[in-house]
Write a protein that binds this ligand. Structure first.
Ligand code: C5P
Length: 233
């Protein structure tokens, strides 16, 4: 199973399918709001039909009953991973898992991970606008623990947080980390980036890689090189 998730940040369906045609084996892809809201679940089913694994990055956050029913329907799509905002609290997270279990196909529910604090949230914004006291780092760890206690499988986090999260929540608690760049790449709009080797060293379970692969001259080759690092080959 792939440890490298390719972020399909394309604006049209044709580009997605042309891109996926370049891969000679099933890969793990991340599909977010942009594509899902434009092309619906038909595209998700089509990607699954081609044999790929999908992390459906829709970040649910609502009252527990609504999230439960929403998750039940996402599980029926047979996606492999979904997510939500830990800020919805433990009742919402527990309800999400219930919904996923109810919708599970052949008894296997999608993995469910939490967003703790978005990386776009600064210390000042978190304290003054969201009215959460303390440091971002402490909040990230506290939310990760709450997610674990609520039955979730892991969190989305930065490579720089993965070690502390594993120390607080155990090594079985998954860390899924974006912000990855090859040493030779430009950082684009990412502020803090890390290489796949560093992510591996820090114990990240999955890395999310967008432009380093999608904009590569040979995406399959770049993917294969990154995946080999993650698999420790
Ligand atoms: O192209 P790049 O590798 O920067 O893409 C990273 C992907 O991970 C994008 O889909 C982005 O939205 C997502 N992401 C992120 N940082 C977060 C959460 C998600 O870059 N904190």
């Amino acid at each position: 199973m792939s440890k490298t998730m390719i972020a399909l940040d394309f604006s049209d369906k044709e580009s997605v399918m042309t891109f996926l045609d370049k891969f000679q084996e099933p890969v793990y892809v991340k599909v977010g709001m942009e594509l899902t809201y434009a092309f619906g679940f038909e595209m998700i089913r089509e990607i699954k039909k081609r044999g790929h694994q999908i992390f459906l990055d829709l970040k649910l956050h609502d009252i527990p009953n609504t999230v439960k029913n929403g998750m039940k329907n996402l599980a029926k799509l047979d996606v492999d991973m979904v997510n939500l905002h830990a800020a919805g609290g433990s009742s919402m997270m527990k309800a999400a898992i219930e919904g996923l279990n109810e919708g599970a196909i052949n008894g296997k529910r999608p993995l469910c991970i939490a967003v703790t604090q978005l990386t776009s949230t600064s210390q000042e914004m978190m304290n003054e606008e969201l009215r959460i006291a303390g440091s971002v780092q402490d909040t990230v760890i506290a939310y990760a623990k709450l997610a674990k206690e609520s039955g979730l499988d892991g969190v989305v986090c930065s490579v720089h947080e993965a070690r502390a999260i594993h120390e607080a929540c155990g090594n079985d608690f998954l860390t899924v980390t974006p912000g990855i760049r090859l040493a030779s790449d430009s950082k684009d709009d990412q502020k803090r980036v890390a290489t796949p080797s560093f992510a591996k060293e820090e114990g990240c379970d999955y890395i999310v890689v967008g432009r380093s692969i999608t904009k590569s001259e040979d995406p399959f080759q770049t993917y294969t090189e990154i995946e080999a690092i993650m698999e420790g080959k």
